[in-house]
Design a protein around this ligand. Structure first.
Ligand SMILES: NC(=O)c1ccc[n+]([C@@H]2O[C@H](COP(=O)([O-])OP(=O)(O)OC[C@H]3O[C@@H](n4cnc5c(N)ncnc54)[C@H](O)[C@@H]3O)[C@@H](O)[C@H]2O)c1
Length: 241
């Protein structure tokens, strides 16, 4: 039995990386999926262009997704940008852009989708993508990104209270995942995961995007029907020790 049969789900950032793997898995599990992203990438299914940091664009895109899918009872917020800069190099513009996409973008999509999810009549779900660094930073040098992800984790808990009991809201907190976002620093010259990164993880490696998609599937499916407001680390054991 498909685990998302009959579900209608929009996935921001679904054209690449974790969002892309989630879109494929959700479709395989029987969901109707709309990908919302800046471009479609190689996604062949329903696609709606969006800038999640732009309130008008988000309103329009969520309505378009609802109409393309014939309803909406699930949201995955996987759109995001990474920013690495020490305190002195973090300009107001960089800080503001990082927060605008990662934190406000997640907020805007939920705000636009919430009335539809609340009226959907089925057990609706929202899964946000935070980061392990929003729980415990890996080191100095990405204050704006860490702040944005800490915000996503706190906001998830606030919204889990506000949207209960109709809508469950959870956040997945990945460790290093092998996606275009980490392409420039994850691997060393030999093509292996940089040992200084791998050694932060009890499992001594980075994740494949499909390993995150599996956790997002759990939190979207009825298998997690009594789970809301949690921040689930999927981080190879980095944040527990
Ligand atoms: N890759 C990792 O190691 C890692 C670790 C922890 C958390 N995360 C988080 O997981 C999420 C997915 O990251 P990923 O690794 O798949 O990255 P990715 O770069 O492969 O995908 C991110 C997607 O978000 C889209 N996007 C960015 N800005 C957007 C905007 N303003 N409007 C609409 N779409 C926008 C991009 O076009 C892209 O398709 C992000 O929130 C990221 O912060 C990733």
């Amino acid at each position: 039995m498909a685990r998302l049969a009959g579900r209608k789900i929009l996935i921001t950032g679904g054209a690449s990386g974790i969002g892309r793997a989630t879109a494929s898995l959700f479709q395989h599990e029987g969901a109707a999926v709309a990908v919302l992203d800046r471009g479609a990438g190689d996604w062949q299914g329903t696609f709606v262009p969006v800038d999640v940091a732009d309130p008008a664009s988000v309103q329009q895109a969520v309505r378009a997704a609802e109409s393309a899918l014939g309803g909406l009872d699930g949201v995955v917020n996987a759109a995001g940008i990474f920013s690495a800069a020490g305190l002195a190099d973090t300009t107001a513009e960089l800080f503001s852009r990082t927060l605008a996409v990662n934190l406000m973008g997640t907020f805007l999509v939920i705000q636009a989708a919430a009335p539809i999810l609340l009226a959907s009549g089925s057990a609706a779900t929202i899964v946000n993508i935070g980061s392990g660094v929003g729980i415990t930073p890996t080191g100095p040098g990405s204050t704006a990104y860490v702040a944005s992800k800490g915000g996503v984790i706190a906001m998830t808990k606030a919204l889990a209270m506000e949207l209960a009991p109709s809508v469950r809201v959870n956040v997945v907190c990945p460790g290093a995942v092998d996606t275009p976002m980490t392409q420039s620093f994850l691997r060393d010259a030999s093509g292996s995961v940089d040992p200084t990164i791998a050694n932060r993880y009890a499992l001594r490696r980075a994740a494949a995007p499909e390993e995150l998609a599996a956790a997002i599937l759990f939190l979207t499916s009825a298998e997690s029907s009594f789970v809301t407001g949690i921040a689930l680390p999927v981080d190879g054991g980095r944040t527990f020790h």
